[in-house]
Ligand binder design. Structure first.
Ligand code: ADP
Ligand code: 5GP
Length: 183
């Protein structure tokens, strides 16, 4: 049994969308707010979507050992602060981490009891369609994300659980069943 659920998968696969649906299905499930050096997108709020940090502040927290994991993704740093996870886990409050592959591997080493779930697209070509449809990134950013996605898709077999995001309601229900079976 574990309180920590790691959800990973390529950009645009629908992790954020599924986690919103999952939280409606599993009351009490909390979401770790990551830190990043990336700039906020339109509509994103500091402390809600991310803790938006400057480069110096991010690096200071790395040096202080305050991250459970951290990684560079498409030119920016992202990381999970221990403070987002440890106190909740100690209280038995289930917490979801939405992180990329390198971070998921670090959590696997640091917290082997965490439940790791890979979100896969029905077809790799869906990623471009979804990223373009989301409308939040320019063409160069989308290309960079798709290049990373190829490597991420190849790591699918590392994960005990894989959920194909074909339909949001169906995939969210499958995720909820995994969470309920493990918490
Ligand atoms: P991620 O968090 O993995 O980068 P998002 O949750 O932002 O992905 O989803 C990317 C885009 O794909 C969004 O526009 C979202 O509405 C859309 N999307 C998510 N799930 C599905 C699905 N099952 N079918 C079609 N479009 C989807
Ligand atoms: P985005 O810029 O689209 O919000 O996120 C880019 C990538 O960074 C996504 O794959 C997302 O899952 C990942 N990410 C978000 N937060 C973290 C984190 O705390 N740690 C790691 N390693 N990756 C993260």
């Amino acid at each position: 049994m574990s309180s920590v659920f790691v959800i990973t998968g390529p950009s645009g696969v629908g992790k954020g969308t599924l986690i919103r649906a999952l939280r409606d299905l599993v009351p009490g499930l909390e979401l770790s707010t990551s830190a990043t050096t990336r700039r906020p997108r339109a509509g994103e709020a500091d402390g809600v979507d991310y803790h938006f940090l400057g480069r110096d502040e991010f690096d200071r927290r790395v040096a202080e050992g305050r991250f459970l994991e951290h990684a560079t993704y498409s030119g920016n740093s992202y990381g999970t602060l221990r403070s987002e996870v440890e106190e909740r886990a100690a209280r038995g409050v289930p917490v979801v981490l939405e992180i990329e592959l390198q971070g998921a591997r670090q959590v696997r080493a640091a917290l082997p009891e965490a439940v790791q779930i890979f979100i896969a697209p029905p077809d790799p070509s869906d990623l471009r369609r979804r990223l373009e449809g989301r409308g939040s990134d320019d063409e160069a950013t989308i290309e960079a994300r798709l290049a990373v996605a190829e490597k991420e898709l190849a790591a699918r077999d590392e994960f005990r659980h894989t959920v194909v995001n074909d339909d949001v309601d169906r995939a969210a229900a499958e995720l909820a069943a995994i969470v309920e079976a493990n918490r």
